[in-house]
Structure formats: C-alpha cells, structure tokens
Design a binder for this molecule. Structure first.
Ligand code: ZN
Length: 163
C-alpha cells in the first residue's frame, strides 16, 4: 500500500460510505495505519492510498483514532490559521484558515458511534482528513498569488517528478 499524489484522480472523487464493518475493512485500516506511521503522517485518509471510501486515521499525539463515515455537524465561527502539509502533496506547506473547533460524529472500527467536540490541533487534522473524503486538498484554499508561487512545484508533483 502506498500514498498517491496530487494529479491522481482518486484524490478528487467524493468517497463512498462504508456499508460493511467486516474483516476486510479491519485489514484495510490496519494497513492504512501502518502507512501513516511509516510515512510520518499525523493523518491519512483512504483516498490517499487510492481507496475511495469514507475512512481516515489520525494520531494527534494522543494515540490512534479510526474514523469511519464521519460527519461534521458544526464548525465554530472562530477560525484559526495554521501551517499544513499533506502526504499527497509532498514538499508544500502553507497556512490555512479552519474552524477552531468542530462538533463531529463518526463510527469506529467496531461500528460504534462517537459524538465529540474537537478543538485546536485535533479539529484541524479532522477537517483536513474529512476534506480528503470530499475530494478537497488543502492547496485548494490558497490564494491565487500563493498558488502562482507554488505552481511549478505543484506541476512537478502532478507529473510525478517529485517524490
Ligand atoms: Zn492530506
């Protein structure tokens, strides 16, 4: 299992909901988790390994979280800026504004439902990974000027020249 890069159409698709919480899903999530830690990511969404389903894993420093069929029920009006990167967009880091806190709902690997309020770093990771399930990448939020500065690097990633 490997991470795919910007330019691969899977990253732009809306991912499908998980219907079956079975052994196959568990195996997939185990692999996804291994890849996240191996590649030093704080989060990794299924579309990033070319699997268009609504699953992501993350570790904000307080242990692993497995998130299936998530929903963001509420986003705080207060937005904060933080520098982000992404394993699928290697070598690019940029400030992104996101809600400081979010109210979320999701299922874990056993199919148990969780309802939580997340804030700060964890809220940021959750929003970034959730975007992957919608086909959205953090670079989509950058200003035209910032994108222009990064254009040659972005084009290189798209052509597969930067790994
Ligand atoms: Zn990402």
């Amino acid at each position: 299992m490997n991470v795919i890069y910007l330019g691969n159409p899977t990253l732009r698709k809306k991912a499908k909901r998980v219907e079956k919480f079975d052994e196959e899903l568990k195996k997939f999530i185990e692999e996804l988790t291994k890849v996240m830690y191996r590649d030093d990511g704080v989060g990794l969404a299924a579309p990033q390994v070319d699997e268009s389903i609504r699953v992501f894993v993350y570790d904000d420093g307080n242990g692993l979280n497995v998130v299936i069929n998530p929903e963001i029920l509420k986003r705080s009006e207060n937005k904060v800026k933080m520098e982000e990167g992404c394993l699928s967009v290697p070598g690019i880091y940029a400030d992104v504004f996101r809600a400081q806190s979010v109210e979320v709902k999701y299922f874990d690997i056993e199919g148990k439902e969780h309802h939580k309020e997340l804030s700060d770093y964890e809220a940021r990771i959750f929003q970034h990974e959730f975007d992957h399930l919608e086909g959205v990448l953090f670079i989509d939020y950058l200003s035209t000027a910032k994108k222009a500065i990064l254009r040659s690097r972005i084009n290189k990633i798209k052509k597969g020249e930067v790994l």
